[in-house]
Design a protein around this ligand. Structure first.
Ligand code: IDP
Ligand code: MG
Length: 141
């Protein structure tokens, strides 16, 4: 299967908690991404640790794990030409204060940590991350 046109998105706990799921889904839709898998889940600390294990040496790791397991998130697989790169453009800089106007992080992020949304950073990671959250019968692409 050609997986080069998919990416993983996660609407983070701060955005779900404050009712931003709908508005964020609208932006994703308007930007032309097709949602080919989606679910709301609350990660355990172990899930979050594993998902972010690439950052385990970083000073913000423990705090990030706490945050990402603090409430429900909405995980999705998105399909689009050049999905990883195009979605990173739509979400903007990791730091909402540095993100371009019109990006999801600019509009809904409240700090570097609580930046409203995750997007995969490479085709390889997108494949790993989508398989981390979704089984074969949950993906429609
Ligand atoms: P990305 O989400 O833009 O790819 P990464 O560097 O992969 O950014 O970091 C993963 C997540 O860790 C970020 O989205 C953010 O929630 C959190 N994070 C990154 N850098 C910091 C920091 O300096 N302080 C606190 N949290 C951070
Ligand atoms: Mg990243």
């Amino acid at each position: 299967m050609d997986n080069n046109n998919i990416t993983l998105a996660i609407i983070k706990p701060n955005a779900v908690r404050t009712g931003k799921t709908g508005p964020i889904l609208s932006l994703i839709n308007e930007a032309g991404f097709e949602i080919v898998a989606m679910k709301m889940i609350k990660m355990t600390k172990n899930h979050a640790k594993l998902f972010y294990s690439v950052h385990k040496e970083k000073p913000f790791y423990e705090s990030l794990v706490e945050f990402m397991s603090s409430g429900p998130v909405v995980a999705m697989v998105l399909k689009h030409e050049n999905a990883v790169e195009e979605f990173r453009k739509l979400i903007g800089n990791t730091d909402p204060a540095k993100a371009e106007p019109g990006t999801i992080r600019k509009m809904f992020g409240i700090s570097i940590q609580m930046n409203a949304i995750h997007g995969s950073d490479s085709i390889e990671n997108a494949r790993w991350e989508t398989n981390f959250f979704f089984s074969e019968i949950e993906k429609f692409y």
